[in-house]
Design a protein around this ligand. Structure first.
Ligand code: NAD
Length: 316
């Protein structure tokens, strides 16, 4: 299959690109190497992909509508996997309008381009954050009720609506996958696990906000498996949670990390606005429609992540 991956130089995108190349798919990547975090790190992700095989690369900003549409027409992929976005809740509170640009407008450009180029299917990377503060757990797909609590979450929710619009207008299969807190080798440096490991390696204190809450941490290998299954096994538009299906509390996370870094120093600050207190994916729909099953338990995932961090000090 010929697959266009937007945001392919990012954390999840680079893992997915490697997986697709190993499975003999042809891939093209659009990524503007946004400096949200180190551009050198993104260039290194591209090097890692190169080791798995050749690919076309366009360093282009998806906010440029005409160029985006032209590139999609030129590539004429069978599927687009749209991962490009500004991620992160905290930064979205500081720069809300950038999120409307990068997470909503850029998505509309990709969807329009896909429709005009006759692309059969689009996968959109949405987020557990669209559920907002939920009393009931685990989160089932239909429970998202338009009550996000951060500009990032609101942008993802709006982008989901546009996925529905363009699926309808062009008769495309648009598959919305809601990822739950993704971690693993090459994990994003602004996220808790990568941030903690970097600090613990340097003997610095780590910061916990409020009670620390609980998260449905999902290993990146499981996420990209879910994405691959959605490309292959799903023949319709749908909204599907891709998570591990079990929440991990902050205490559990700290216990796992203490195995490697026993002299942990912890500082507590008050809750950050925009952070939900917990996430927990109901993954029955993913099991039913995709035949998805998470394979990497939390201890193993942390072991892999720590092992990667020990070998890649320069990229933490
Ligand atoms: P990432 O920041 O590592 O990757 C995103 C990539 O998109 C970056 O390389 C960036 O340069 C590129 N990009 C951003 N805007 C662009 C634009 N306008 N034009 C071209 N390229 C652009 O983030 P990630 O963690 O790999 O996340 C990938 C996707 O998954 C995002 O849509 C994110 O919102 C979503 N998601 C991630 C998580 C997680 O835990 N990592 C959870 C839920 C959802």
């Amino acid at each position: 299959m010929k697959i266009l991956i937007t945001g392919g130089a990012g954390f999840i995108g680079s893992h997915f690109a490697v997986k697709m190349l190993k499975e003999q798919h042809e891939i093209a990547i659009i990524d503007n190497l946004h400096p949200y975090y180190s551009v050198d790190r993104k260039k290194q992700h591209l090097e890692v992909i190169k080791e798995a095989g050749d690919f076309q690369f366009y360093q282009t900003n998806l906010l440029d509508r005409d160029e985006t549409i032209n590139i999609i027409k030129e590539i004429s992929p069978e599927a687009i996997v749209h991962l490009a976005a500004l991620p992160g809740v905290a930064y979205s509170i500081l720069r809300p309008l950038e999120y409307i640009d990068y997470d909503v407008k850029a998505t509309v450009n990709v969807l329009e381009g896909a429709g005009m180029a006759g692309v059969k299917q689009v996968i959109f990377a949405s987020s557990s954050s669209v559920y907002g503060m939920m009393k009931n757990v685990p989160f089932r797909e239909e429970m998202a009720a338009g009550k996000p609590i951060s500009p990032y979450a609101a942008s993802k929710y709006a982008a989901e609506s546009f996925c529905h619009v363009y699926g309808h207008l062009y008769g495309m299969n648009v598959k919305i996958l809601r990822f739950f807190t993704v971690y693993g080798p090459w994990g994003r440096p602004d996220m808790a696990i990568a941030n903690f490991i970097k600090k613990l390696k340097n003997n610095e204190e780590i910061t916990i906000f409020g009670q620390g809450g609980s998260r449905d941490y999902t290993y990146v290998g499981d996420i990209v498996n879910g994405m691959g299954l959605a490309l292959k096994n799903l023949k319709q538009s749908a909204i599907i949670n891709i998570g591990s299906g079990r929440p991990i509390s902050m205490d559990q996370l700290l216990d796992e990390l203490r195995v490697y870094y026993p002299d942990m120093k912890i500082r507590t600050e008050k809750n950050r606005a925009g952070d939900v207190d917990r996430t927990w994916a109901d993954i029955s729909l993913a099991r039913e429609l995709l035949d998805y099953e998470p394979e990497v338990d939390f201890s193993k995932g942390i072991a892999e992540t720590v092992a990667w961090a020990e070998q890649h000090e320069d990229f933490l």
